[in-house]
Design a protein around this ligand. Structure first.
Ligand code: PLP
Length: 518
């Protein structure tokens, strides 16, 4: 497969492909072959920056009034952030370290929203020193801190999202002022001489219905009015994150965009000149990341009874109810807890003569593998990239780089590599019979994966290999003048404090100089 060129970035290399970029699956397979040729089996990511470009393009097409400020907590990978910075995106930062990372890319501080309603004083002081002045608050205690450390800051009152709707990650318990309490808090801010410029909210990550956006935008309008009544000049609406990373039947980005546009047109028509921003995280990066892992160990359990269930309280006893193992590729967990008295035997068990008769019976059962559970151990798990399974309700399923020797599938469990019993990537799935040394890969692994990974048990986070279609890359990196214009227009667009931006904006433009062609 011909590649155009490779750019060496400050952190890593990015392989560019002609516009007709091969599908990620082909790139992953190619990389697997290269790894095998080098006798390597380490897990790795293929990161397609072009997919991020396409997501951004769709965003601008479907949500033209809404400026994205990427929620970098979702994936703070340096090349991803650099790419997005060059593409003119703003950033939602939650801490000093995140602000440092983005400012070090030459991004103007006005392209950052410090969107953490509970800020450490030292981080607040840092924001003040670097003039990252747009930030959220939701409580009087935060106002007191802001008054102490950054009284000139431009504040967005974060409200709770509409209680009419649910999300898998509901933030209302932790953050947000009840819209009914907003007028009082706004009056307090006014009395303290602080500068509230707008309202923010987050409908929750992985919301269940698109209407949550409409109802919360409606509630935000009421708080806007309260802010204006309190004497503020309310100018910014921040509609947060929660945009789907991959489309589901009930929740597509197109449906969300349609709902948001309708609600904005109704409550914040363009004629009002309100600046609308958002903090998409998963939307931009989920589909750009594919992780490939190697099977490092295997164990097969044969069952005599066919009454297989799983007992979490004893890791030695693994037994499934056979009727609970349908072809459910996307199944999360179908495990049921029952007594651990069922007949079972570990393939490599050496537990003495009293098991011999069971083993004989099991040999018979081997003919018909219905009562078999295959356990595979892969070289990354929930303490690495797969922590999204644990922390982000991710429903994942593996794909194989090559056609399996038989299409027959068996109930399987996929474990991570650490010695922790919690480290289970797939509690139950149907897989063909696989061998140690074979590869699996998983798509849509960009959100809340690498940025949460740690090296527990000394297992390092998988290496990342970046690819991009050259046309997208060139659009982002080849025209510093255009980038300058984008940055300038964006910076001035969201600036409401009248500070001069042009000097700093032009200083941020370094064009291709950051990437040295090799
Ligand atoms: N903004 C804030 C304040 C958040 O806390 C989060 C996620 O936790 C996001 C944006 C991004 O959410 P998502 O990845 O669902 O778009």
């Amino acid at each position: 497969m011909a590649t155009n060129s490779v750019y060496r970035g400050i952190y890593d290399t990015v392989t560019l492909y002609p516009k007709s970029i091969p599908p990620t699956v082909q790139l992953v397979r190619q990389k697997i072959q290269a790894m095998e040729a080098q006798n390597r089996d380490d897990a790795f990511f293929v990161v397609d920056l072009g997919q991020i470009f396409q997501k951004l393009h769709t965003w601008h097409r479907l949500l033209p009034r809404v400026r994205p400020f990427y929620a970098m907590k979702c994936n703070s990978d340096p090349e991803v952030c650099r790419f997005l910075a060059r593409a003119g995106v703003g950033f939602d930062c939650a801490s000093q370290v995140e602000m440092e990372q983005i400012l070090s890319l030459g991004v103007h501080p006005s392209r950052i929203v410090y969107a953490n309603p509970c800020k450490a004083c030292t981080h607040l002081r840092y924001a003040q020193e670097r003039n990252v002045d747009l930030m959220t608050f939701d409580d009087v205690h935060e106002l007191v801190k802001i008054d102490n450390y950054f009284p000139d800051a431009r504040l967005l009152l974060r409200i709770q999202s509409s209680k009419e709707h649910k999300a898998k990650h509901d933030f209302n318990k932790k953050f947000g002022c009840d819209p009914d309490d907003a007028p009082k808090l706004l009056k307090t801010a006014r009395a303290m001489g602080l500068n509230v410029v707008g309202v923010s909210f987050h409908v929750g990550s992985l919301p269940e219905e698109v209407d949550c956006f409409a109802s919360t935008i409606r509630e935000a309008k009421g708080v806007f009015t309260a802010g204006n009544d309190a004497g503020f000049n309310m100018q910014v609406l921040d509609i947060g994150g929660g945009f789907p990373g991959v489309d589901e039947v009930s929740m597509t980005f197109e449906k969300v965009a349609e709902t948001v546009n309708t609600a904005l047109d109704k409550h914040f028509p363009a004629s009002l000149g309100i600046q609308i921003i958002a903090e998409p995280g998963r939307y931009l990066v989920t589909s750009a990341f594919t992780v490939a892992v190697n099977i490092i160990a295997k164990r097969v359990l044969y069952f005599k009874s066919g009454d297989l269930n799983y007992n979490m309280s004893d890791e030695r006893v693994l037994y499934f109810k056979s009727e609970t193992s349908p072809q459910k590729k996307k199944s999360a967990s179908y495990l049921s807890l029952v007594s651990k008295d069922s007949d079972y035997v570990d393939e490599e068990s050496d537990e003495g003569a009293d098991l011999d008769s069971s083993v004989d019976d099991v040999d018979d059962d081997k003919e018909d593998m219905k009562n078999t559970v295959c356990m595979y151990y892969i070289n990354d798990g929930i303490y690495g990239a797969f922590n999204n399974v644990f922390t982000d309700h991710a429903v994942i399923y593996p794909e194989l780089p090559a056609t399996p020797r038989s299409s027959e599938t068996f109930t399987s469990v996929v474990w991570g590599p650490t010695c922790d019993g919690l480290d289970c990537v797939l509690h139950e799935c149907q897989l063909p019979d696989l061998d140690v040394g074979q590869w699996l890969y998983f798509h849509d692994m960009g959100a809340y994966t690498v940025s949460l990974a740690c090296a527990f048990n000394g297992i390092n986070r998988p290496q990342l290999f970046y690819v991009c279609a050259d046309t997208y890359w060139n659009e982002v990196f080849s025209s510093p003048e255009e980038i300058a214009l984008t940055k300038l227009s964006m910076a001035s667009e969201i600036s409401t404090n009248g500070k001069s931006l042009s000097a700093q904006s032009s200083a941020t433009i370094s064009g291709k100089g950051l990437f040295e062609k090799i």
